[in-house]
Design a protein around this ligand. Structure first.
Ligand SMILES: [Cu+2]
Length: 319
């Protein structure tokens, strides 16, 4: 019972802490210089801070409003310099970047602006997922840096106009199919001073994401050592092959869905029988139903866990 109450209290605290605000790209920075008031970011749709849920959600490309691109200014940036995206919960300059319940990766993509985001045009230029050393996610870093996350525009890239798609993917409900939260926004950039190399063919968004990708259908509440960032690897000029969609096998091999076997590098509590645990040893649950929440708390029984999951799924509508 104590276990159950603790879990409920945690769930209620989470709900109370984040009633409505999610996040959006509030400002870009060009080579460290602030571009204020969302200039060069595609116009936000109504409820701009709300996520796109699931890989087939509406507006997953840029979460932009109609009429969209023709109203967006284009910011000049030198190839080889940094573009920074800054996330804010609300449309002001003081809100936190994103509610700390949100955990997950950050990804930046570019495509030729003329394609308007359609077709196999998206090339991944940066990604950051989970760091097992620090046990932190990219979203944690976004929060601790005031919302900022950056990537370098490749020095080799040919001059021209590009659409930059910055996204963070929140996984706090991602163990339920269709509940992963995408937070993409798009920035219009004009690259100058580049090395003349065209972008390779890329992937299509959103079809690059599958609902059951191991990095999309992911449970952050059972122990894990790694996280497979969805989509192809980051593209670097000079590498032999153009990354496509077919990295699923690698992702499974590298990280895979979290299972109880992932606790082998944590403290050795799973191998010692804990008499105070009401739910038994997690190693006895090959189906993965008995893991520790965040790897540190007591183990709940599978039955209690399933009840809690149902309640969470029902109540975690918005935050
Ligand atoms: Cu949210």
């Amino acid at each position: 019972m104590a276990c159950y109450l603790l879990k409920q209290l945690a769930a209620w605290a989470v709900l109370a802490g984040g009633a409505w605000a999610h996040t959006h790209i509030h400002n870009p920075y060009i080579d460290g210089q602030l571009v204020d008031n969302g200039k060069c970011v595609r116009p936000y749709m109504d409820g701009f801070y709300n996520p796109v849920r699931g890989v087939t959600g509406d507006n997953i490309l840029c979460r932009s409003a109609s009429p969209g691109p023709e109203n967006t200014e284009t910011c000049n940036i030198k190839a080889g310099t940094n573009v920074t995206i800054e996330f804010h919960e609300s449309m002001d300059h003081v809100s936190i970047p994103i509610h700390p319940t949100h955990k997950g990766p950050c990804i930046m993509w570019i495509s030729p602006l003329a394609a308007n985001g359609a077709g196999n045009v998206w090339v991944k230029i940066a990604e950051q997922g989970y760091n097992p050393e620090t046990k932190t996610w990219c979203i944690d870093d976004v929060n601790s840096s005031g919302g900022k996350w950056n990537a370098t525009i490749p020095a080799e890239l040919e001059d021209g106009e590009y659409l930059l798609r910055g996204e963070i993917i929140a996984l706090h409900q991602a163990r339920t199919p269709g509940m992963v939260e995408f937070y993409p926004n798009c920035v219009h950039l004009r690259v100058t001073g580049g090395g003349g190399q065209p972008l390779p063919p890329g992937v299509s968004i959103p079809s690059v994401y599958k609902a059951d990708d191991p990095g999309i259908l992911f449970d952050i509440y059972t122990p894990y050592r790694s996280y497979p960032i969805p989509g192809p690897p980051v593209f670097k000029f000079g590498t032999a092959t153009v990354p496509g969609n077919g990295t699923t096998t690698d992702k499974v091999a590298a990280g895979g869905p979290p299972t109880n076997t992932a606790t082998t590098d944590t403290t050795p509590t799973t191998s010692t029988s804990d008499p105070s645990s009401s739910g038994g040893n997690s190693n006895s649950n090959p189906g993965g139903s008995g893991g520790n929440r965040n790897g540190s708390h007591r183990v709940c029984s599978g039955k209690k866990r399933r009840r809690r999951r149902k309640r969470e799924a029902a109540r975690h509508g918005e935050f």
